[in-house]
Design a binder for this molecule. Structure first.
Ligand code: SF4
Length: 338
């Protein structure tokens, strides 16, 4: 802590120093407890790229939702602490039905996933009984269970192209990704659900163009896995952007940051990923497209809550077997095409 000028410590400064010291100590304590408990309980900690730095620092694996679930399936841990949002923990439960899947904060939802519920999807299907349903991975397990295919932003075009051209398609829940897919596949028979992610709905073409003018030698990275970047993908497809972007998965983005000669990168996604980028590339500069592109749900998880999960085995995420089997089929159909 710095004091301005040469003034002496006063009572308020001392209090602030003590509070700062205690806060730092408690963070260290929680970190030590989490590391020791995870060994004791044979648990694995999976953290999404958008998690807080303190959470990423104790994680065994950091990545996007589907990659994390696949890591969970390969792990021999009994317990999975899923540091992300609820639909991601559900996906881990669908892929790993025999493991105990815990989410440290049960209120960690997703504004995009919550734009459609099973009742709404059923009535949409009733209007288009012969349509093929393609759901983005950012959906609840029940919505996945009503779907023919699951998809991510990096494989959505491929999945839709694999469906016979005479079949109608219901694409949900992200309207920007859906519009992008319709444009890329040139299909007229694709119906798109009007959902959006509150974080990326806030990133518009003007913001992106302003940043590209300001940092014109920077590489521009777009993360394709989360619905979070679909707004940007849409703006690229409409030609509103003045410069082409590198559309990369998380790992592709990390590899690109490592191998590129560029010294600056403008990153169009939730700002949490910048922590990992900076950590792995300390001599390069990573600039968020918008400083306030922050997912409040992702930031609900912290060390104290992870410790609570490990001690009390809360909060369990378990998808009922019948729902899980149907949702798994939609995910497996996607994996067979990807
Ligand atoms: S950033 Fe958007 S899509 Fe990603 S978890 Fe948060 S609300 Fe959902």
């Amino acid at each position: 802590m710095k004091l301005s000028g040469n003034r002496l410590l006063d009572y308020a400064d001392l209090n602030a120093l003590i509070r700062y010291y205690m806060m730092t100590m408690s963070e260290i304590d929680y970190r030590a407890m989490v590391i020791s408990l995870k060994k004791e309980k044979n648990a694995v900690i999976l953290a999404h790229n958008y998690q807080l730095p303190e959470v990423q620092d104790v994680a065994d694996v950091i990545g996007d939702s589907l990659a994390l679930s696949r890591s969970a399936a390969m792990s021999d841990a009994d317990t999975i602490i899923f540091c992300g949002v609820h639909f991601m923990a559900e996906t881990a439960s669908i892929i790993c039905p025999d493991k105990l899947v815990l989410i440290p904060d049960p209120d960690a939802g997703c504004s995009l996933a919550s734009t459609i519920n099973p009742r709404e999807l059923k009535s949409w299907i009733a209007e288009h009984p012969d349509a093929v349903v393609v759901s983005y991975v950012n959906t609840s397990a029940e919505v996945k269970a009503l779907s023919d295919y699951c998809c991510t932003s990096s494989n959505a075009v491929r999945i839709v192209n694999s469906i016979p051209s005479n079949r109608e398609i219901l694409f949900l829940p992200d309207m920007f990704l859906g519009s992008y897919v319709a444009k890329m596949t040139k299909r007229k028979n694709i119906f798109v659900w009007p959902g959006e992610c509150h974080v990326h709905a806030g990133i518009n073409a003007q913001d992106i163009n302003d940043m590209l003018k300001k940092f014109n030698s920077a590489d521009f990275l777009v993360h394709p896995e989360c619905g979070c970047t679909s707004t940007t993908l849409y703006h690229i497809s409409t030609g509103e952007l003045q410069k082409s972007a590198h559309i990369l998965s998380t790992e592709g983005m990390m590899k690109h940051a490592l191998s590129s000669d560029a010294k600056q990168f403008v990153v169009a996604t939730e700002t949490g990923i910048l922590y990992r980028m900076k950590k792995e590339n300390p001599h390069k500069q990573f600039i968020p497209i918008k400083r306030d592109a922050i997912c409040k749900y992702m930031k609900l998880v912290n060390l104290e809550k992870i410790r609570n999960s490990l001690v009390n085995s809360v909060f369990r995420v378990k998808v009922p077997p019948r729902t899980a089997a149907k949702a798994r089929a939609a995910i497996e159909r996607m994996l067979a095409i990807s």
